[in-house]
Design a binder for this molecule. Structure first.
Ligand SMILES: Nc1ncnc2c1ncn2[C@@H]1O[C@H](COP(=O)(O)OP(=O)(O)OP(=O)(O)O)[C@@H](O)[C@H]1O
Ligand SMILES: [Mg+2]
Length: 153
């Protein structure tokens, strides 16, 4: 899917919000500036969050409990070694209900629990971004089908 501008990325996040189950782990893949945090911002807005959404680059995780479902937004860009994931005690966030959105998941491997959905964002040659969604579990597949069935906004 092509996302012409920032608003299109926000809209894709909002649309994904409407397709979410109670529990899902999403890996957000793509280079620096690909739009991972922007998509997360749209998703949180779609769930009813009205406050700020800041990048968890320094805090590692930002929790959002005011939205319809608990959302945990992670960013492991600054990890120098994957063991930092264990040292920070982040495993518990991956148990139970809630939506877990993970930027730079590769930097915490092999310790991260499996994802249900992989979101891939890429700067496109024409400007804008290209978005690809890939299901990695049955829950992810159901979410993808619900996403595809929704018309934008
Ligand atoms: N579809 C789009 N077209 C053009 N610019 C976009 C699009 N989506 C987002 N952007 C812009 O890209 C910039 C970087 O976005 P964002 O911070 O979401 O990237 P990121 O993938 O989270 O980067 P990082 O890996 O550094 O955390 C922002 O200025 C945002 O407005
Ligand atoms: Mg980011």
């Amino acid at each position: 899917m092509h996302l012409v501008d920032e608003d299109a990325t926000l809209a894709a996040g909002q649309k994904l919000a409407r397709a979410l189950p109670q529990r899902l782990t999403v890996f957000l893949c793509g280079d620096l500036g690909a739009g991972k945090t922007t998509l997360t911002r749209g998703l949180l807005r779609g769930l009813g969050h009205t406050g700020k959404v800041k990048s968890p680059t320094y805090t590692l995780v930002e929790p959002y409990k005011d939205s319809r479902i608990s959302v945990y937004h992670f960013d492991f860009y600054r990890f120098t070694h994957a063991e930092e994931f264990l040292e920070a005690g982040l495993e518990e966030y991956f148990e139970g209900d809630g939506i877990r959105l993970v930027e730079w998941p590769d930097r915490a491997q092999p310790y991260l629990p499996a994802a249900d959905l992989e979101v891939r964002l890429q700067v496109s040659a024409a400007g804008g971004r290209d978005l690809e969604l890939r299901a990695l579990s049955e829950e992810g597949q159901t979410c993808l089908e619900r996403f595809a069935a929704h018309t934008p906004n």
